[in-house]
Design a protein around this ligand. Structure first.
Ligand SMILES: [Fe+2]
Length: 335
């Protein structure tokens, strides 16, 4: 077996369900071809090949590492830190999911119950502060289901432009506003149950209001102590450095997964000027997105790096007795 130092070549594997876009496999699958036996070997492999791995990630939008010796939150922390990217902490994020921190960098992906599907989204695109990359680590795969769907957002928007140019243009020109409810206390049974104190990193109503004004939100306090917050106008579409336009938002997850939104989309999502988004459009986009989605069926020890601008992700429901543990580390944006 070759040692890590004798080669810097990256080897890719193919599986039947992979997609191909512009001649690139989606996702690219990097296998442990150089015999990395320890976490330190793995970090050395990453460092020796970082330029190639980054170029591949930029081209394809998602990289899966399979067969590397990663089996704990600590190992995942060291692996993800090995890339040298700035950390994006859960505390400073405005994520509405309840999560548990394992290390400063690593936390659970989402504590929502296993029968709940988390629909496609760009991480935290419904807030003004979102990460540039998401590292996922499968510590323990579910017996049944529990895949992480990955969707090429540039391809989705290309298809929407071809099919309904006027709707695509409305998204581009008007942007979006989201209305979210932040409960008075953490509710782990909801996919978006993080309390307003935790979400905003504050203790009091006054501090919450100061933070919300700084971020450009408007808000309303409800009788049960929860907070209804409306974002400033956020983009629905973002143009990347290579000219590709991505459907950079939380519309599918909000429409299909947030409580009551399917029945009344305007309760949570509107165009930036406050006008309603047509329901047929939301249905069609959700359908179209599945065309560009690859289901990542996890194996223990897998790590996936997802370019949060080019690729959306979600979580399929799962079953069985085995506890599914998928952990996350986020990279701060340089945009
Ligand atoms: Fe997510």
């Amino acid at each position: 077996m070759k040692s890590v130092n004798e080669t810097s070549s990256v080897e890719y594997a193919n599986i039947a369900t992979q997609h191909t876009y512009n001649g690139e496999e989606f996702p690219a699958i990097v296998v442990n071809s150089t015999g990395c036996k320890t976490v330190a070997d793995t970090v050395e492999f990453v460092r020796a090949n970082q330029a190639e791995l980054e170029a591949k990630l930029a081209d394809t939008g998602s990289l899966l590492f399979r067969g590397f010796p990663l089996d704990s939150a600590e190992a995942f922390d060291v692996f993800s830190a090995g890339f040298g990217y700035p950390n994006f902490t859960y505390q400073e994020s405005l994520s509405n999911a309840v999560r548990i921190n394992f290390t400063e960098r690593v936390f659970t992906a989402n504590e929502a119950p296993k029968d709940i599907e988390i629909f496609l989204h760009h991480e935290m695109a419904q807030t003004p502060i979102s990460p540039s990359k998401v590292f996922f680590f499968c510590q323990s795969a579910a017996d049944e289901g529990g895949a992480t769907p990955l969707c090429r957002s540039d391809k989705l928007f290309e298809a929407l432009k071809a099919e309904d140019p006027s709707l695509a243009n409305d998204f581009k020109e008007k942007g979006l506003k989201y209305t979210t409810a932040m409960p008075a206390a953490d509710d782990a049974n909801s996919g978006q149950g993080r309390s307003w104190k935790s979400t905003l990193s504050v203790e009091t109503v006054e501090e919450a209001e100061t933070k919300l004004s700084e971020l450009g939100y408007s808000w309303e306090w409800l009788d049960d102590g929860s907070l209804k917050a409306i974002t400033p106008v956020l983009p629905a579409v973002v143009e990347l450095g290579d000219g590709a336009e991505v459907f950079y938002n939380q519309l599918i997850a909000a429409y299909k997964g947030w409580k009551g939104v399917k029945e009344n989309p305007s309760s949570a999502i509107t165009f930036g000027d406050g006008t309603p988004i047509p329901k047929e459009g939301l249905e069609r986009i959700s359908e179209l997105a599945e065309t560009f989605t690859f289901d990542l069926e996890w194996q223990d020890g897998d790590v996936a790096i997802v370019d949060n601008y080019r690729t959306m992700h979600g979580r399929r429901p799962y079953g069985g007795d085995r506890k599914r543990v998928v952990l996350v580390a986020l990279v701060a944006s340089d945009r």
